[in-house]
Design a protein around this ligand. Structure first.
Ligand code: NAP
Ligand code: G4F
Length: 320
């Protein structure tokens, strides 16, 4: 019989890649979506007929209970969250509700209605924040620097706690930044590649950004969803860092993106204090040894390939 998976956050970047991946593996895929006055299925338009949608919200326990009962999944991937760091300062309570307490709600539903399922929690490298060691491993202490990161740290710890308290198969992937042509346009990578394409096509004159010095360990989202799936195929639940092991600055991202279309970023980028954060995460770099050794996982897309893939996609989308 085919395995079944419930994906929360299926309309997001990772949800779309994971749904594609699991459908290719022959899974029955259930996608949790929240009610909206307009459809938000853009990223999964091409596969939406193969997905069974269940309506629920991370804020509403009864709807989550129903989603778990309806889908009766073998695997649950909890990808839904308020995932944009700056919004977590303007909506800190809502972020805690979605991104933090939402994890407890879905774990409670699982405990009551699908205790034999395997659960994946989308933890984040943002939890390391003001980093205590370089590179960061599964053992590195957290020092979150935003309400988002604090909520993710809560979600991470409650997942470990439910594993230890109730013997659930609950695993956390500590994923470093991962990007793709499907990344939301407010995140810095997509903002840059969309901006480069607009400037190249004469649709914009400049690009306003915050700090150019921050460094991130950027990988490709399509690679990272394979790691999520591998984590749930193990005999024991555990936590894994998923990262490329190299770090690059926003400035380096800009250089490659502008260079790819024959332009120089210095001629177009303006710094705008509106995009500076109250507390910044200066540098993230992950140690992926455990994922390589135990999961047999490794990334396939280099930083340069990722930047160029995103620029090419945005040029094409804008008709270039
Ligand atoms: P994303 O594109 O922002 O997608 C977020 C998803 O969550 C969307 O499907 C959204 O649905 C859904 N959602 C938000 N609030 C909800 C609610 N109250 N009830 C139900 N669904 C809700 O995020 P992503 O980049 O795919 O990331 C997936 C997960 O991994 C997130 O938890 C994120 O925090 C985490 N993460 C991401 C990265 C990264 O670099 N991408 C790294 C580490 C961890 P709507 O379409 O209805 O808004
Ligand atoms: O692209 P970002 O907004 O991603 P950030 O804050 O690292 O968070 C992303 O990755 C996390 C994993 O570590 C996820 F958990 C989280 O959900 C999200 O997917 O910003 C990256 C860097 C920051 O240092 C930011 O200050 O880029 C800097 N930046 C500079 N100018 C900017 C801008 N970021 C944005 N969004 N917009 C700018 O104009």
């Amino acid at each position: 019989m085919a395995k079944s998976a419930l994906i929360t956050g299926i309309t997001g970047q990772d949800g779309s890649y994971l749904a594609e991946y699991l459908l290719d593996l022959g899974y029955d895929v259930f996608g949790m979506v929240r009610r909206s006055s307009t459809e938000t299925l853009e990223r999964i338009e091409h596969i939406k007929n193969k997905i069974e949608f269940v309506q629920a919200d991370l804020l509403d326990q009864a709807s989550l209970d129903k989603a778990l009962q309806t889908s009766s999944p073998d695997e649950i991937y909890n990808l839904a969250a308020q995932s944009f760091v700056p919004t977590s300062w303007s909506q800190p309570v809502l972020t805690a509700e979605f991104t933090g307490l939402g994890v407890t709600r879905i774990l409670e539903s699982m405990r009551h209605f699908a205790p034999d399922a395997k659960f994946y929690q989308a933890s984040s490298s943002e939890m390391y924040g003001k980093v205590r060691e370089v590179p960061q491993t599964e053992m590195t202490p957290f020092h979150p620097r935003s309400p988002y990161a604090v909520a993710k740290a809560y979600g991470h710890h409650i997942t470990v706690n439910y594993r230890e308290s109730y013997n659930l198969f609950a695993a956390s992937g500590i994923l470093f930044n991962h990007e793709s042509p499907r990344r939301g346009r407010e995140f810095v990578t997509r903002k840059i590649t969309d901006g480069v394409a607009r400037i190249k096509l004469g649709l914009a004159e400049n690009l306003a950004l915050g700090t150019l010095d921050a460094q991130r360990d950027w990988g490709f989202a399509g690679d990272y969803v394979r790691a999520m799936h591998l984590m749930l195929q193990q005999d024991q639940p555990d936590d894994f860092v998923v990262a490329t092991g190299s770090t690059h600055s926003v400035r380096e991202f800009l250089e490659i993106a502008f260079d790819h279309v024959g332009l120089k970023y210095e001629d177009y980028v303006v710094q705008d204090p509106r995009y500076m954060r109250p507390a910044e995460v200066d540098q993230l770099i992950g140690d992926n040894s455990k994922a390589r050794q135990i999961l047999g996982w490794e990334p396939t897309v280099t930083f340069e390939q990722l930047v160029k893939m995103m620029v090419d996609s945005d040029l094409q989308l804008l008709g270039g």
